[in-house]
Design a protein around this ligand. Structure first.
Ligand SMILES: *[C@@H]1O[C@H](CO)[C@@H](O)[C@H](O)[C@H]1NC(C)=O
Ligand SMILES: *[C@@H]1O[C@H](CO)[C@@H](O)[C@H](O)[C@H]1NC(C)=O
Ligand SMILES: *[C@@H]1O[C@H](CO)[C@@H](O)[C@H](O)[C@H]1NC(C)=O
Length: 432
């Protein structure tokens, strides 16, 4: 193996350097024309140079950046070089848009990518999609701007955005801030309710701290314990049942959006027409697959990761038992009758009522409305929200859909800078 490297003559010295860079790895590395030691790794630049990406310039930093991305997801066998190239370009633009001062310093950007991808190793995350790396790096690059963003819940809410967080959702504040800004929460009457289990108190605090000081008191924090669920950890099935339970929506406004965790990117406000439906969520591919026997059953439903849910519908047709009143066991027993996740369960209910002609005031959403509202496994042009599209859909789609959030974050950055400058100006004047 070693002989192969010696064959490249000039790289003898480089090999010594590489050994220092990645001890124990140099000998077993696959053949490579040009390898560099950068940010503590041995990066093969061949693919990066040959891809004609990043202006085709033989800029070793740009190439190393590209390779760091390739290196981040060795398991993604579906990613093509062009896709990695597209992602590199988009991340570079993101970096330039949000980090004006260091915009031209590729080493700095490379360090940021390495921080994220090294984090995978540290946490033992196995990333199988380059789109996931795109998402993680994007959020990392946008972090400061999102935390600084001047986005508040409404002071006089007429609607409720409900965000569930567990102790693992350490960065949920970023997604919540973007959601408030994109929904235009303050002017459109969206209040914010964060639901959490006892271990996630720190996450709730981080969401609160991320709000501008003058609107922190508008955050409503609700613990599962207050609903009668005293569990240190809530299981997925239990959370799902809760989202189909009457008690989950008690004390909310008439229109509710449920969301949660760190997997939701909100892009635009919700239209009045969209708000008029009883339930909306990203449609499912499996529901429309020919092999699915009863496609009518799920036709009015959509994913519950980011969804409109009319509390009155759940109150009438969802899980009735209240753990706080009838006891946890009674509630768990009724949960056992669902046989599906909350979103599918409620969709089946809705269809039954529709077929029976007993829907009353509730409005089922047609497929077009579902697909326009949110994207998860089916592409849609300008959805309100994306739910894990970086895992399920093509990098091309996700990169395109992230342009709008980037512009929004960038615009707020401009405002924040202007305000900071104005404040400074004011102070200077007073001091003079
Ligand atoms: C670019 O960033 C690196 C690492 O942060 C730093 O060492 C270097 O001085 C920067 N280069 C310029 C030209 O600012
Ligand atoms: C629909 O009608 C059938 C037959 O009358 C009934 O068994 C079922 O419970 C009804 N479904 C709903 C959700 O009301
Ligand atoms: C700062 O103050 C000067 C003079 O008072 C004014 O012309 C300028 O526009 C101000 N700059 C900002 C950013 O507010």
């Amino acid at each position: 193996m070693l002989a192969k490297y010696r064959g490249f003559g000039a790289f003898g010295a480089a090999l010594v350097l590489l050994r220092a860079c990645c001890p124990g790895r140099a000998e077993s590395m696959p053949p490579c024309m040009e390898r560099r030691c950068m940010i503590g790794r041995c990066l093969c630049l061949d693919q990066a140079f040959n891809s004609n990406c990043l202006d085709g310039a033989r800029n070793p930093h740009a190439a190393a950046f590209l390779y760091a991305l390739i290196d981040a997801v060795p398991k993604d066998r579906t990613a093509r070089v062009e896709q990695i190239c597209l992602i590199s370009k988009s991340l570079r633009q993101t970096y330039e848009a949000l980090h004006e001062r260091d915009a031209r310093n590729m080493t700095k950007l490379l360090e940021q990518v390495a921080l994220v991808t090294d984090g995978y190793r540290a946490l033992g995350h196995r990333v199988h999609r380059i789109g996931v790396t795109f998402y993680d790096v994007f959020m990392h690059l946008a972090r400061e701007a999102l935390l600084e963003m001047d986005a508040c819940p409404s002071a006089t809410p007429s609607r409720t955005l409900m965000w569930f967080v567990s102790s693992r959702d350490v960065d949920a504040a970023l997604n919540v801030k973007l959601a408030l800004a994109a929904l235009e929460a303050e002017s459109r009457g969206w209040g914010l309710r964060v639901v959490h289990n006892s271990q996630a108190k720190a996450v709730v605090d981080s969401v609160e701290r991320a709000l501008p000081a003058h609107c922190r008191s508008r955050l409503e924090s609700v613990s599962l314990a207050s609903m009668g669920i005293n569990l240190p950890r809530i299981r997925r099935g239990q959370l799902s049942c809760l989202q189909a339970s009457k008690i989950y929506f008690e004390g909310t406004r008439d229109t509710v959006v449920i969301a949660g965790g760190e997997d939701v990117i909100v892009r635009r406000p919700i239209s009045d027409q969209e708000l008029s439906y009883t339930m909306l969520g990203a449609p499912w591919t499996w529901c429309r697959a020919p092999k699915h026997k009863n496609t009518d059953e799920c036709r009015f439903g959509g994913n519950g990761g980011f969804a409109i849910r009319n509390p009155a519908f759940v109150a009438e047709h969802g899980i009735q038992a209240r753990p706080k009143v009838e006891g946890f066991k009674a509630w768990a027993r009724e949960c056992g009758t669902m046989h599906h996740n909350d979103d599918i369960y409620l969709a089946i209910k809705m269809n039954e009522l529709y077929v029976n002609g007993t829907l009353g005031r509730f409005r089922p959403a047609p497929y077009d409305a579902l697909v326009r509202f949110a994207a998860e496994t089916i592409e849609s042009d300008d959805p309100v929200a994306l739910h894990k599209t970086w895992k399920y859909l093509s990098p091309e789609y996700t990169v395109r859909q992230f342009r709008k959030p980037l512009l929004l974050i960038r615009a707020s950055l401009g405002n924040a800078n202007r305000e900071a400058r104005a404040r400074k100006n004011e102070t200077n004047r007073r001091q003079r």
